[in-house]
Design a protein around this ligand. Structure first.
Ligand code: V47
Ligand code: SF4
Length: 371
């Protein structure tokens, strides 16, 4: 832990980056991964209202929305997916859109043509009225319409909420979700585990201990997950190291984390009064230190939406081996002033990776290369 703290305190980001790159290449060779994915946020209505979150709204507040299952399926079919006016992206998705142009209602048969994405990433607010059944039905309908799509859905925070609203035990919730089509879980909601900082930035949210408990239960149920860390707000370097140490300890027990994703805090429209956006130097250092410290996690993701395309590209030389994906529709970071675009095409991702001197590898949700 002291070593990780010294690295964070050092200004020699080139040496740290070079070391992290050696570790990354030992694990993944020169490969840098990306995926064709589609984000869906079913609602921004949330009972938690974390202070760092510009995405959430209270029920009835201006800007609050809730998507029905039908609307979500339509979005996945490419109707109203928010890709308009994005140059070459438009072309890529046009082919996909045309198949459903004539059908007014949802198609009864599973999608007949290859989709422009292989994974759907679903996270949303903790809705005060929706029942657990809604989420089960959502998974079932997605699988029914898109049987080959991998569903990566629900943070540990949402899983805990499902347990509260349904009265079901954690293992029953996970079993029911898996049975309905859940394939893996994203790593959101971890924020920063340190209790004092956590209470200042998201007092209503489950504790770090509970987040880890839920991830452990998911891993034990055979559900692989990611892990995140929100940095650049009120935390200090020691809190980042403590956070990663707790993740590393859990990973030693379960091996269920696929990737670690440092999330750069975006301050716009939030209630956190701090220095503003993270610096590129801090972003690169955080990627590099996490690659060196989390020796038991196979992948470190440079989430281009939060880092911006150029810092994410540089991060591939500082220990990251994954840029995430096409994304298509991102709301959480963009509500908080993201400077990045909201979608990248497959060819743009390949170009970014190739120009960083890495080998672009399109992956599936378990990091298997897609031919
Ligand atoms: O849990 C919310 C974060 C997370 C802000 O697992 C913010 O593959 C920065 O977890 N500034 C959701 N971050 C996103 C997430 C994620 C994203 C991409 C891939 C994966 C994965 C997971 O976004 C939240 C929270 O930590 N967040 N508000 C903000 N103002
Ligand atoms: Fe709700 Fe998640 Fe936003 Fe917190 S970060 S307010 S739990 S949507």
């Amino acid at each position: 832990m002291d070593d990780a703290l010294s690295l964070f305190q050092s200004d020699d980001i080139f040496t740290i980056g070079r070391l992290a790159n050696i570790v990354a290449e030992r694990k993944n060779g020169k490969n840098a991964y990306f995926i064709r994915n589609h984000h869906i946020n079913p609602t921004n209505i949330c009972v938690n209202r974390c202070k760092f979150c510009a995405f959430s709204r209270s029920k009835g507040e201006k800007g609050a929305y809730e998507l029905s299952i039908k609307e979500i399926i339509k979005k996945l079919q490419g109707q109203g997916s928010g890709v308009k006016g994005q140059g070459s992206k438009k072309k890529e998705f046009k082919i996909h859109n045309s198949q459903f142009k004539k059908s007014r209602s949802l198609p009864l048969a599973p999608c007949p043509l290859p989709l422009s994405f292989s994974e759907v990433h679903i996270v949303g607010g903790l809705h005060p009225e929706r029942q657990f059944d809604f989420y089960i039905e959502l998974l079932r309908q997605i699988k029914k319409h898109f049987p080959h799509i991998h569903i990566k859905a629900f943070t540990a925070v949402e899983i805990d909420y499902f347990s509260k609203i349904s009265g079901l035990a954690l293992t029953d919730i996970l079993g029911a979700l898996k049975g309905a089509g859940l394939d893996s879980m994203p790593g959101g909601g971890a924020e920063i585990f340190n209790t004092r900082v956590r209470n200042r930035i998201c007092p209503e949210k489950i504790s770090g201990k509970r987040w880890l408990q839920i991830m452990e239960a998911a891993h034990n149920a055979g559900i692989r997950t990611n892990a995140t860390m929100l940095y650049g707000h009120l935390e200090k370097y020691e809190h980042r190291v403590e956070h990663m140490q707790r993740l590393r300890d859990l990973q030693d027990r379960t091996g269920g984390f696929q990737a670690f994703i440092p999330l750069a805090f975006h301050p716009k429209n939030t209630k956190i009064d701090c220095a503003g956006y993270t610096s590129g130097i801090d972003d690169l250092k955080t990627i590099a230190v996490s690659r060196l410290f989390l020796d038991n996690v196979h992948h470190v993701k440079a989430y281009w939406i939060m880092l911006g395309e150029k810092i994410a590209q540089l991060a591939l030389m500082f220990g990251a081996d994954d840029l995430d994906g096409t994304v298509i529709e991102e709301k959480i970071t963009h509500s908080a002033g993201a400077l990045s675009g909201s979608a990248l095409t497959r060819s743009q991702l390949i170009d970014l990776i190739g120009k960083a001197g890495k080998v672009p590898v399109e992956r599936d949700s378990f990091y298997r290369p897609v031919s």
